[in-house]
Design a protein around this ligand. Structure first.
Ligand code: NAD
Length: 477
């Protein structure tokens, strides 16, 4: 069985307590790997190692850091098949999705290898002095990530942190630490000085909490639930630590009467059900113009029925199991709540039938119509494969409904009119708006949330800035 240890100061180590846990495949609950489970003491050791490595790493040139990051990307690509299989086995996503995730993570390292060279300053001329503005690495960073994209979301942090000259301790999610750890190992083996990258496994409330509370970490980069993000922000406030928080979402998808309905239905089905809806920018609420709502919804059902469901390791599978029984239970509860309050079930709403599904956390992609804002599916983050449709009469009504949420991560609008697209995009309260596309992720552009979906931005040059402090050097003449 695969064994996953922690990486501290360049060495793979077991936890100080010797505690281990078994990670099981959510498709059949068979054991996949044994993981060392750390505690606050292990986290402290990792932070000390990152602190000791900081002086040397922060003084390396951006050219050297670029070379090492490119080499890290090469190693991740070389090992991508093995890492992808681990990812599928620990959290269920189909292998084709896992492969894309690992390759995208390597691309992110390549991108930040080059973006790190663009750490520019300023020269300001005054009458009796000159002001030089430079940007320097924040210091030791704690990177805390969730289980739904455990490698990609870590790469979004590791790439810019290292490019900026920061050292780091990564805390992968307890329920899916395997692929993330292999990714960190590959980065370390690219030739980084020991202690530059470290990883500690263990419970968020213990290992994660130590990384947040220990004064050694100067910045916390976190992706996860809004509730956890609030806790981290409170603790960070006590030491005025820098935070980047990528939190929950409840993304609206508006279909206007003039939309290309086939394109909209395909995009909607893919973004509502991919990764079993366990994506922060999943389509969570669909608002369709009443003139086309029934036609759009029937095309959405047709598209959804085509998905092949099964264990992620089988070929051609589109949808795997959910990552855990807890996720499936929450989804069932939200669907039951909607049905109790008058929603109509158009597809799914239960587990698929057959012996191959019996031991896994499978659930059919589910489409509901006749939904409204009294239902949990429209108000809370289900983080499951549910697509609830609601009709609207005017675009302003749709926009008001779309903005009627504490979240503000992604929003989508489908229309053939440029004027409508701009009108809607400017009014939607979200960090990313997709017009006739079903994703707001582009490595070169900022990603992040408004309102309770987060603070700060990842990706693009903004992602690098998040790991840099500004210094003004005033030279008297
Ligand atoms: P989570 O908040 O439970 O856990 C995320 C990470 O935080 C894990 O590594 C966990 O161990 C750690 N953690 C838990 N408690 C902690 C504490 N007190 N201190 C420090 N660390 C702690 O989230 P999850 O269930 O793993 O992930 C799903 C959530 O992540 C969803 O809400 C989803 O929307 C969100 N998410 C957001 C984005 C985004 O970019 N905005 C992307 C993916 C997922």
């Amino acid at each position: 069985m695969h064994k996953s240890q922690m990486l501290i100061n360049g060495e793979l180590v077991a936890s100080l307590s010797g505690k281990v846990e078994i990670i099981r495949n959510p498709a059949n609950q068979e054991p996949v790997a044994e993981v060392s489970v750390g505690s606050r003491e292990d986290a402290r050791l990792a932070l000390e190692a990152a602190k000791a490595a900081f002086l040397e790493w922060s003084r390396t040139t951006s050219t050297l850091r670029a070379d090492l990051l490119h080499e890290a990307a090469r190693l991740v690509r070389k090992r991508s098949e093995d890492i992808a299989r681990l990812l599928t086995m620990e959290m269920g996503k189909p292998l084709k999705g896992s492969r894309l995730e690992i390759l995208a993570s390597a691309d992110t390292l390549d991108y930040y290898a080059e973006e790190g060279r663009r750490n520019f300053g300023q020269w300001i001329t005054s009458s009796n002095s000159r002001s030089i503005v430079i940007r320097q690495p924040v210091g030791v960073c704690a990177l805390i990530t969730p289980w739904n994209f455990p490698v990609d979301l870590l790469a979004w942090k590791v790439g810019p942190a290292l490019a900026a000259g920061c050292t780091l301790v990564a805390k992968p999610p307890s329920q899916a630490p395997l692929a993330a750890t292999e990714f960190i190992k590959a980065v370390s083996e690219a030739g980084l000085p020991p202690g530059t990258v470290n990883t500690v496994h263990g419970p968020g409330g213990e290992v994660g909490a130590e990384l947040v509370e220990n004064p050694i970490s100067r910045k916390i980069a976190f992706t996860g639930e809004t509730g956890t993000g609030k806790w981290i922000m409170e603790k960070a406030a006590k030491q005025i630590k820098r935070v980047s928080l990528e939190l929950g979402g409840q993304s609206p998808f508006i279909v206007c009467a003039d939309a290309d309905l086939d394109k909209a239905a395909a995009a909607c089905a893919q973004r509502a059900f991919n990764n079993m809806g366990q994506i922060c920018i999943s389509v969570n609420r669909i608002y369709a113009d009443e003139k086309i709502a029934d036609e759009f919804t029937s095309r959405l059902v047709v598209r959804t029925k085509r998905f092949k469901i099964g264990s992620g390791l089988e070929s051609d599978v589109d949808l795997g199991p959910m990552a855990s029984e807890a996720q499936r239970q929450k989804t069932k509860e939200h669907v039951a709540d909607a049905l109790r309050k008058g929603a109509k079930l158009l597809y799914g709403g239960h587990e698929p039938e057959g012996p191959e599904y019996e031991n896994g956390f499978f659930y059919l992609p589910t489409i509901l119509s006749g939904t409204n804002h009294s239902m949990k599916v429209m108000r809370e983050e289900t983080f499951g494969p549910v697509a609830p449709v609601m009709k609207f009469k005017s675009l302003d009504e749709a926009l008001a409904l779309a903005n009627d949420t504490e979240y503000g991560l992604a929003a989508y609008v489908f229309t053939e009119s440029l004027k409508t697209a701009i009108y809607a995009a400017e009014r939607l309260e979200a960090g990313g708006v997709g017009v006739n596309v079903n994703s707001v992720v582009d490595m070169q552009a900022p990603f992040g949330g408004w309102k309770q979906s987060g603070v700060g931005r990842e990706l693009g040059h903004y992602g690098l800035e998040a790991y840099l402090e500004i210094k003004h050097i005033r030279v008297g003449l």
